[in-house]
Ligand binder design. Sequence first.
Ligand code: DQA
Length: 144
Amino acid sequence: MATILMLNGPNLGLLGLREPAIYGHDTLEDVEAACRDALQGTGHELDAFQTDHEGAMLERVHAARQDADAVVINAGAWTHTSIALLDALSAFEGPVVEVHISQVHRREAFRHHSYVSARADAVIVGCGVQGYEFAVLRVARLLD
Ligand code: DQA
């Protein structure tokens, strides 16, 4: 049994409340439950972590070197700013899939560049929260 770690960065704890026209009405708890359902029968389990603190995220990625086999990450705004997060993910050896709920390429120019994409094995953008389910299924396949 492999462990897939789902990571969410800043403001994603407000999912369901925050700008619902862009991010929808599902909460992060709903998303985690949907991902656990999607993984049923694959033999893989989900671990989930959200933080608004960049250092805490870096430390969680470091710990993933020991306690996770794959990472699904929506880094929120750190996507566009954090070389430190890119470096931490680069030190992780398993599959990494990047998720964005919104279609970032149709939004402001500052959302078009992703540092995380330089490490990600796949990028899922603009599928709403369903993108997380696609991502966990993709890493499950990569782990098999
Ligand atoms: C986001 C897109 C980012 O630009 C934004 O800062 C977020 C959410 C998305 O899921 O669409 O916080 O990662």
